[in-house]
Write a protein that binds this ligand. Structure first.
Ligand code: HEM
Length: 478
């Protein structure tokens, strides 16, 4: 390929590691940790003439993320032909750059603004209450699948005004299958795996099925009277004054919003409940705050403003186990980062996980310590669970409202005892760090604290759990 990035091997001081790029595809976090410990803030991984550039420091995060003219987003490696379903379903914000991206963000600004959040509150409370109504003390649950199903229903309701759980699960399954296939092909292309083109035809068929499902949902939505606020109604409303906002464009936005919203938030819930269950002293403080400041089973909006320890717990959970663990840009013009010169086409990767685990920014960085937030105020490029700069997550305020509200509803009624000796694995799939195993738990009443319990699994490679919990650590892949 002619536009492959080329660094002169004679450039002095390049923080270069030569080795298979597949190591990044296999275990992104282990690979980035190794590069970070070998080279520090900036690293280049090279195989043959293919290179990946990694930035790990707040300053370099800023340089890459704030300069969207030089570093563009190319989230989907395969865009498909001009008139294909794949082109349409990949045409949301993450594929847009320049003026097109800026205009689309502007068009969606009101839909996601903090002003409108109170209008989503009743739906969040209703669905969280339905979830806790389905639980009983002593019941065994898998926190991972509970949270994924909960967020599929929540996302279908808030984005599309759809109450039908079966539709939410079906759309979720279609999107997950398609996201996985995009990821396999995209990651394969990034690391030059010879097998990356396999599955291309499958991807195009999956994109058609997905698009058909979104189109059917549009039709049903237009034929239905909606009595609760949802984002699609607002986007249809915006269509009336913006003729360039065609249905084809909305298909791209709707698909991306659903894909970006449900698993990231579900993983954040699963990790937060797991961490709280394994840190009973933190949970004790949090329960005390909830008892003090929330009078009923469901929090009022003004009560949510009086929960500083809940905020610290969520921030800390998203610091140690960020659902978005890394993301990538592509340099679109010749440029350099420190001694590393790059040609157009060079992929540049930044990582929330690595930045959040820097000991110079966060003391004892691998431990879950919500108390630290009483004394630290990291900059947007030191702490970036929602990204930073012009592409920062547009759904962040909504996600935070969902997490703060629904966690309160869950914890007002229940605590969770993790089953001893369970295997809890966490891995990155398509940039998202989530549980890749079940998280088996028993439901306890809210006034009975769980005990930290030993667990096995790759979770021990990601965070440092309390001593009582450490068990059978799996070695970080060589
Ligand atoms: C805890 C939940 C969430 C996390 C951790 C998260 C994380 C992120 C991150 C890190 C980015 C930036 C990616 C980059 O710079 O390459 C992003 C972008 C985005 N997120 Fe989220 N997100 C969450 C929830 C949501 C929700 C609820 C929605 C929508 C309802 C959403 C919609 C988007 C969209 C559309 C973008 C692309 C923005 C752009 O390129 O301009 N996200 N998200």
């Amino acid at each position: 390929m002619s536009n492959r990035p080329r660094l002169s091997l004679h450039d002095p001081g390049i923080p270069l590691t030569r080795g298979p790029l597949m190591q990044f595809a296999d275990d992104p976090i282990a690979c980035m940790r190794r590069l970070n410990s070998e080279h520090g803030d900036l690293a280049v991984l090279e195989e043959n003439d293919q290179r990946l550039v990694f930035v790990f420091s707040p300053d370099l995060n800023r340089e890459v993320l704030s300069n969207s003219q030089v570093y563009e987003s190319r989230f989907f490696a395969v865009r498909g032909n001009r008139n294909s379903a794949q082109r349409r379903v990949t045409s949301g914000l993450l594929s847009q750059n320049g003026a097109e991206h800026r205009d689309a963000r502007r068009m969606m600004k009101d839909v996601f603004s903090k002003k409108i959040l109170p209008d989503y509150h009743p739906t969040i409370c209703q669905l969280a209450s339905e979830l806790t109504d389905s639980w009983t003390i002593g019941k065994s649950v898998d926190l991972n699948s509970e949270m994924v199903q909960f967020m599929l229903k929540m996302t279908a309701a808030l984005l599309f005004g759809v109450d039908d759980a079966e539709f939410a699960y079906r759309l979720g399954a279609l999107i997950d299958r398609w996201v996985h296939r995009n990821h396999e092909i995209g990651m394969g292309a990034l690391v030059s795996s010879p097998t990356f083109a396999r599955g291309y035809d499958d991807l195009l068929v999956q994109a058609e099925e997905l698009e058909q499902s979104v189109q059917e949902m549009f039709q049903t939505h237009r034929g239905t009277q909606h009595n609760r606020l949802n984002i699609l109604s607002l986007l249809f409303e915006a269509q009336k004054s913006q003729e360039q906002l065609t249905d084809n464009k909305l298909i791209g936005h709707a698909t991306l919003l659903f894909a970006a919203a449900h698993l990231t938030t579900a993983h954040t819930f699963s990790w937060t409940l797991f961490l709280l269950s394994q840190h009973p002293e933190v949970l004790r403080k949090l329960q005390a705050e909830l008892i003090r400041n929330v009078s009923g089973d469901v929090p009022g909006l003004e009560e949510l403003d009086r929960l500083p320890y809940l905020d610290a717990v969520i921030k800390e959970s998203m610091r140690v186990l960020p659902a978005s663990s890394y993301s990538q840009r592509v340099a679109v013009e010749p440029t350099s980062l420190g001694p590393v010169r790059m040609n157009p086409g060079t992929p540049v990767i930044f990582s929330q996980y690595i930045t959040h685990h820097r000991a110079d920014l966060f003391e004892d960085p691998d431990r879950f310590i919500p108390e630290r937030w009483a004394t630290i105020t990291p900059s947007p490029y030191e702490y970036l669970p929602f990204g930073a700069g012009p592409r920062m997550c547009i759904g962040a305020p909504l996600a935070m409202a969902e997490i703060r509200t629904a966690l309160t509803v869950m914890l007002k009624r229940f605590n969770f005892q993790i089953k001893p000796m369970s295997t809890v694995n966490g891995h990155v799939i398509s940039t998202m760090l989530g549980p890749t195993s079940t998280i088996p738990a028993t439901l306890l009443p809210h006034d009975q604290l769980p005990q930290s319990t030993p667990v096995a699994g790759s979770i021990h490679n990601l965070i440092r759990l309390p001593d009582a919990v450490r068990e059978i650590p799996v070695p970080i892949a060589a």
